[in-house]
Ligand binder design. Structure first.
Ligand SMILES: [Fe+2]
Length: 251
């Protein structure tokens, strides 16, 4: 089973990560979270186009519940893909599943939550992970902030203001090698817009933990390699799930 080195949980490390996110630039890069060999294996398994058949059609965030199968979001371009994998379904890829849980554990500790929070159906938030590939220019994800005091269409729950919340981006491709010109743009705590890969050193296998209430988007990607393009995994959580569970229990 995949297991990231435990020293990430040392209190000094967690303090440094929290300081960077909440008082520093708004993000922290965990270098080599995933070994290059593991990145390569995931690319081979997931970016060949052979897995599409196993995924259901698109589901809106607001319609997701414990009966929702894993589903595929196709983007503007034929090569744009988001494979949405719900933690409550049977894992289509055990290694990927373990990696998602490990990444989510780090976020939990940073946010001050129990280590396995959001991986159990009874939790207030429940995890989905999305393996996305963008190969087309334009806006793949429009500029927005999450858990901030502004309207957010189709959130994964009520989207109440919560500035402690973080999102994770696990990079699966390299800026300058697989894609360039655009990608993941993030407005840091000083209000400067950064393009990860160009303005912040990140490579395939790095896990970025960033403050969810900062403005972010994915745009202007030019793929240098159509198979990988800008590939990454993100880790949304759904907060309308526990209510469904309660309702089911009351029947
Ligand atoms: Fe977002």
């Amino acid at each position: 089973m995949y297991n990231f080195e435990e020293n990430i949980y040392q209190s000094e490390t967690i303090r440094d990560i929290r300081t960077a996110i909440y008082q520093g630039p708004g993000y922290f890069v965990i270098k080599d979270f995933l070994p290059k060999q593991a990145v390569k294996k995931i690319q081979q398994r997931w970016l060949s186009g052979e897995v599409d058949y196993y995924f259901d059609r698109f589901h809106k965030n607001t319609a997701v519940n414990f009966h929702t199968p894993n589903y595929l979001i196709k983007g503007a371009n034929a090569g744009d893909r988001s494979y949405c994998i719900n933690i409550w379904n049977q894992a289509p890829d055990d290694e990927l599943h373990d990696i998602a849980i490990e990444a989510n554990k780090i976020r939990n500790i940073v946010e001050g939550r129990p280590r396995y929070f959001a991986t159990r159906n009874c939790d207030e938030l429940v995890l989905q992970y999305r393996l996305s590939r963008t190969v087309s220019p334009g806006f793949a994800v429009k500029k927005h902030a999450d858990f901030f005091e502004e309207f957010r269409p189709d959130p994964a729950g009520n989207h109440a203001f919560d500035p402690k919340r973080c999102q994770l981006t696990l990079f699966l491709s390299d800026y300058g090698k697989d894609y360039h010109q655009g990608g993941f743009h993030f407005v840091n705590n000083a209000g400067q817009e950064l393009l990860f890969g160009r303005d912040v050193a990140v490579a395939a296998g790095d896990l970025v933990i960033w403050k969810y209430s900062n403005i972010h988007c994915v745009r202007e990607v030019t793929a240098l390699n159509d198979k990988t393009g800008f590939s990454r995994i993100i880790f949304p959580q759904f907060d309308n799930m526990a209510k469904d569970k309660l309702k089911e229990g009351a029947r």
